[in-house]
Each structure stands twice: as C-alpha cells, then as structure tokens.
Design a protein around this ligand. Structure first.
Ligand code: PMP
Length: 400
C-alpha cells in the first residue's frame, strides 16, 4: 500500500514536471535590430570592442587574465589622470561605482554635502538617506551649475566628511566646474567624490590635479563598451579613511580594500573575492586600448570639436540647446529644448523607426528636453549632422 501510493505520487510529480511547457519566446531567435545609439547611454560598441565578446573565457585567477586586469588598471590610471594605487573596476554598472564609493567613504555619524545640479545629486542624497547619513544639499536650478564659491562656502560652514559632485549631469547636460573644490576639501578635512559616468573622456578631468579623493565612471558612454563595469579610483587619503573606519564596511561585495586586493592594488597576495565578469573586462581592456591609441587629450578635444558641430547643426535647424551658457555644456551629451507645440515622445518614436535613438528628459527635465549623446565613436561630424537632420525632419513630420 505504502509503495503503491509512493509510486502514484512519483507519477503525479513526473506529470506535473513535464506538463510545464518551455516559454515559446525562448524557442525563437533573439531579435537585436541595428540601432544608432545617440541617447544618454549605452552608446554603440566599437568593432574592436565587440570582437572581444566572442573570445573564449579564461579563469579569473589565470595569469593571462591577471595580466589583462593589470593592463586595465594602467589604462584607468591614464584616463582618470591619477597615480592612485587603488584604481580598478567594480563589477556592476555606474550605480555600483556610486554605491562602492559611498559605503566605503561614509559611516554613521558622518556629514555628507551633496552638490545637486540634476538627478545624480538627488540619487547620491537618496542613497545616503538609506544609509542613515546626515545630508546637506546645495542645489542649482536645472540647466545651470552650482557656483564654486557657494560650494567652497558650504564646505567651510558645514564641515562635511564627504563632498559629492557629479561632473556631467546626464539629466540636464550641465558640466559642473570642479576647480578649487578639492582645495577647500583638503583645507576642511573633507574627502572629495566625483561622478564622471557621463563625462569621462568627453570633457577635461584630472583626478590628481583636482585633488579628487574618489572618482567613478562607467563603461557604456565615451568608452563604447557594454555596460557592466564601473571604473573607480581612491586616493591614499581615501584609503586611509577606509582603513581607520570605526565600523566595518557593511557591504562585502563593495568593500574597496577587498576589491583592491582582488585587482592587485595592494601588493599583497591576491585573494578570491568574486568572479570578475571576464568578457566585460576584455571589452574594457579594448576600450582603454582604443583611447590610449587616440590619446586621452585628443579624445576630449574631438568631443569638444564635434559638440560645436552639433550646436551649429541645431542652430541651422532652428533648435536651441537647453544649457544657455556654452561653457557649462557637457560636450558629449547635449540637451535640446523641445519647441512649443511639439510632442517630444512622438519625435523620439519617429527617430527610432528610422533606427536612431535619442532620449527625452530625465527627472525634472522630462517633457522639456531631448538628450543627444555623442559618446566615443558617435562623436563624429557626419553622424552628428545626420542625427540633427533626422531630428528636424521628425519634428516637422510629427507637428500637429
Ligand atoms: N551617473 C550618471 C551621471 C549617469 O549618467 C548614470 C547613467 N545614466 C549613472 C550615474 C548610473 O549609471 P548606470 O545606469 O550605468 O548604473
């Protein structure tokens, strides 16, 4: 009797297991249409980077892969312009760079000053709130930068432990000037944290000259690599603060000292920390090699020159940049005012049917602007002129 019922149960389980059909969608091929990515990211992959994605995997502790990680560290020191030993890439997108920086550099009882020129300052403040950290914000109206004098004054008065500035806010297209903020931080014993996710390689940045203590970025913008890694660099001051924390870093995955050891930054025997996303590291190596071949300063200059091409194409078609002061515009991401009586969504949809992506606003700028990213290989005169031509045509075709 017992065996019979057990057999019946077995049959029942078999039936119920095999009765679940596989998802039909997965029996079809994946559809990936060609697309020109002129939104705020990801950008298009360069061929030399795309090629790396079919290379065979190596073990993450194999000597050849360790060598590739070493090359990536040298390339990141080159593009961040830093001698910082703790320079590596966090496994995760740009947000993981932000989280890694903040969970290491802040602890309960600390004061955090956020310069908010758009969504990314709000995001940093939100993360600090989740961590139970006291936040003070200094905000600029959207489309403008915060005056550096105001930031310096806030540092002197509030005496924060950490100051956050986003260099290129992708929700507004503003490039925040950074000069002398680092000096004020040193003077008042604060650490200086900069988000360069949307700006690195597309506008001047020099971590050491600016006295930046921590900077992070991402792979899918100027670098033209797939999303999935967040380059990051910590100064010796930052590492000293982390080593002297009262409480341990609450995250194992984002522990900068563990990650630094895994990436070979501390000169000690490498310990297993996690399994690096091997193929994405190959892609980052290829992206850094492309920048090394062009030269970081040459890449920045090209983005600046092609931003001028974009501005004059917009003018030719009667369109206006959202950021009025040209000196405050981020060269690799331009925001454009949506003209009266035009539906931004219809226009972006029309462009998409022509295989070209541009995006609408983000956060407070939704409905007011389009965002055109000209990152890396997309910072090209002919491509930019085509995009603006198509934008103008799409506006006319969708005007009611
Ligand atoms: N900071 C800035 C300035 C960004 O533009 C972005 C992405 N648009 C991020 C942080 C977050 O990056 P990710 O989407 O790769 O997590």
């Amino acid at each position: 009797m017992f065996f019979k019922s057990k057999f019946l149960l077995f049959l029942l389980l078999q039936c119920s297991m095999s009765s679940r059909a596989p998802p039909k969608a997965l029996l079809q091929d994946m559809v990936v249409p060609p697309r020109q990515l002129f939104g705020p990211g990801p950008s298009n992959m360069a061929d030399s980077i795309a090629e790396t994605q079919s290379k065979n995997l190596l073990g993450h502790l194999h000597p050849e892969f360790v060598q590739i990680m070493g090359d990536v560290r040298l390339g990141l020191q080159y593009i961040f312009k830093t001698e910082n030993k703790f320079t590596f890439a966090v496994s995760g997108t740009g947000h993981s760079g932000m989280e890694c920086a903040m969970v290491n550099l802040l602890e309960r009882g600390d004061r955090f000053l956020v310069v908010e020129i758009g969504l990314w300052g709000q995001r940093a403040a939100d993360l600090a709130n989740r961590m139970g950290i006291e936040v003070k914000k200094i905000s600029a109206p959207h489309g403008k930068a915060a005056p550096v004098e105001d930031i310096r004054k806030a540092i002197a008065e509030y005496k924060p432990n950490l100051v956050f500035v986003c260099q290129g806010d992708s929700s507004t297209g503003v490039a925040q000037p950074l000069e002398t903020i680092g000096d004020a931080c040193r003077e008042h014993n604060a650490l200086f944290l900069v988000d360069t996710v949307a700006s690195l390689g597309g506008t001047p940045f020099d971590a050491d000259a600016l006295k930046v203590d921590c900077v992070y970025s991402a792979t899918q913008k100027v670098l033209n690599a797939p999303p999935g890694l967040a380059p990051i660099s910590f100064s010796d001051r930052a590492i000293e603060k982390i080593r002297n924390r009262k409480q341990r870093v609450a995250s194992f995955y984002f522990d900068a000292l563990e990650l630094g050891n895994y990436w070979g930054c501390d000169g000690e025997l490498k310990r297993y920390h996690h399994t690096a996303p091997i193929s994405t590291v190959y892609a980052l190596r290829a992206a850094l090699s492309a920048i090394a071949k062009e030269g970081i300063d040459e890449s920045i200059q090209r983005h600046k020159d092609n931003a001028q091409v974009l501005y004059s194409s917009l003018k030719k078609h009667g369109l206006e940049p959202f950021v009025e002061d040209e000196k405050l515009r981020l060269p690799c991401l331009t925001t454009v005012k949506v003209p009266e009586g035009v539906d931004w969504k219809d226009v972006a949809g029309k462009m998409m049917t022509n295989g070209v992506e541009i995006a609408g606003g983000l956060g407070a700028t939704v409905g007011k602007i389009w965002r055109i990213g000209t990152f890396g290989i997309n910072s090209n005169k002919a491509k930019i002129e085509n995009v603006v031509e198509l934008l103008s045509k799409s506006i006319e075709e969708t005007r009611k």
